[in-house]
Design a protein around this ligand. Structure first.
Ligand SMILES: Nc1ncnc2c1ncn2[C@@H]1O[C@H](COP(=O)(O)OP(=O)(O)OP(=O)(O)O)[C@@H](O)[C@H]1O
Ligand SMILES: [Mg+2]
Length: 372
């Protein structure tokens, strides 16, 4: 079986490497879903440079570098920014990544890593885990490699893989992200542990603007109320993105923004996470009825497990969530619903893949992201 694999996070590296542009594989998905991940990134120069230095300088031994911080603070976003940075791309011979998460299968992680390095043909797919370990080891041997392991919940994943990561004294690195400092600090030298900071008020406003107006100019009357909204997110990117989702579904006028600013003001002052949950609730309340049902359906699916877009749409239709409109087919409407949820940042696409001609997505919902 020939799999064609592409991930949005890798789009940036397309200029450097040899991969197919997402638009080729995903002709019918609007750009909005792509810009979510690629364009709208506020670069945290200080943090980014520190990380690049840790990856490309220092010890020649194979070393672990880790980013830690609370849910939604931007660990994965920063890690991918750095993973795709031209300096990093040039420095390492091989780069590969996988998303570990809480419940992972060793085999699928092995295949996830390997598919960045070799083509997963039938022979590879028929191999035992031990065979795959060996293939991975042989390909990494004598190469300077960077393996990015996103979202570590226990050190078991490291124990499972470290034998396949040779140490040739050539500066290879494993980059990890985790909410749990205790977990990664067991395998990360203290000097390689980066505790991610919150956004400044200016950066929050920058992010809000990017998510709503992209690179375009915005009405001046929205400056004051916009900065107030951004400030009220208390530096958590996830909160900013959720609010941007609400603002994107209302008119870009002072009165509508003021109303949202007031609902934010009325939230009880709590810690960042409580506030974030409150903002997500606000986001949910702002959904039209049909979309609420479609969104809630995601909670019945397993996070990170891929689902084909057409299957998801069929499931929604079978549940009666999609009501016929004269101007659009049920499928067309369901696709619009999916794009709407992505546009509001209530659903984040973590993986995209074309398998035997059908489109699959891995996803996380902001509710799950925040509640874990
Ligand atoms: N610097 C940034 N620029 C633009 N968007 C950002 C930035 N940092 C985070 N975000 C957005 O905030 C949301 C949460 O970010 P991300 O998924 O990177 O957080 P995380 O720390 O990895 O969370 P988790 O612990 O749940 O894995 C995402 O929608 C992401 O696009
Ligand atoms: Mg993450």
């Amino acid at each position: 079986m020939k799999m064609q694999v592409i991930d949005l996070h890798e789009k940036e590296s397309c200029d450097v490497g040899n991969c197919i542009a997402p638009q080729t594989l995903w002709p019918s998905l609007p750009q909005a879903s792509i810009t979510n991940i690629e364009e709208g990134v506020v670069v945290l120069n200080d943090q980014q440079q520190v990380l690049i230095d840790k990856l490309t300088r220092g010890s020649s031994r194979r070393d672990v570098v880790s980013i830690v911080g609370m849910p939604g603070i931007g660990k994965t976003t920063l890690a991918f920014k750095v993973y795709n940075d031209p300096e990093v791309v040039c420095y390492f011979h091989i780069r590969a990544w996988c998303r570990v998460s809480q419940a992972y299968s060793r085999r699928s992680l092995l295949l996830d890593i390997l598919r960045h390095i070799i083509e997963l043909n039938d022979t590879i797919l028929a191999m035992s885990n031990e065979g795959l370990d060996l293939v991975l080891y042989k390909h990494l041997k004598k190469n300077r490699y960077l393996i990015f392991m996103d979202d570590m919940w226990s050190i078991r994943a490291w124990d499972d893989f470290k034998i396949s990561f040779p140490d040739d004294g050539n500066g290879s690195r494993i980059l990890m992200t985790s909410r749990l400092c205790d977990v990664v600090s067991k395998v990360t030298p203290e000097c390689n542990l980066l505790s991610l900071r919150l956004l400044s008020d200016d950066e929050s406003w920058e992010l809000l603007k990017l998510k709503i107006f992209h690179q375009e100019s915005y009405p001046e009357e929205l400056f004051e109320v916009g900065t107030e909204i951004a400030r009220n997110c208390k530096g958590l990117p996830l909160s900013v993105v959720a609010i941007a989702g609400i603002l994107n579904s209302t008119s870009k006028e002072y009165e509508s923004w003021k109303q949202i600013a007031e609902s934010l003001d009325s939230l009880i002052v709590g810690d960042q996470q409580t506030r974030c949950m409150d903002i997500l609730e606000l986001s949910y309340k702002n959904l039209p009825g049909d979309l609420k049902a479609c969104f809630l359906y995601f909670t019945a699916l397993e996070e990170d497990k891929e689902i084909s877009v057409s299957k998801l749409i069929r499931l929604w239709m079978a549940e009666g969530f999609i009501q016929k409109e004269a101007s659009n087919s049920l499928e067309g409407l369901a696709k619009d619903y999916l794009m709407d949820l992505i546009g509001r940042s209530l659903i984040i696409v973590t993986k995209r893949r074309s398998m035997r001609g059908s489109k699959h997505v891995g996803f996380t919902t902001l509710c799950v992201a925040c509640a874990c």
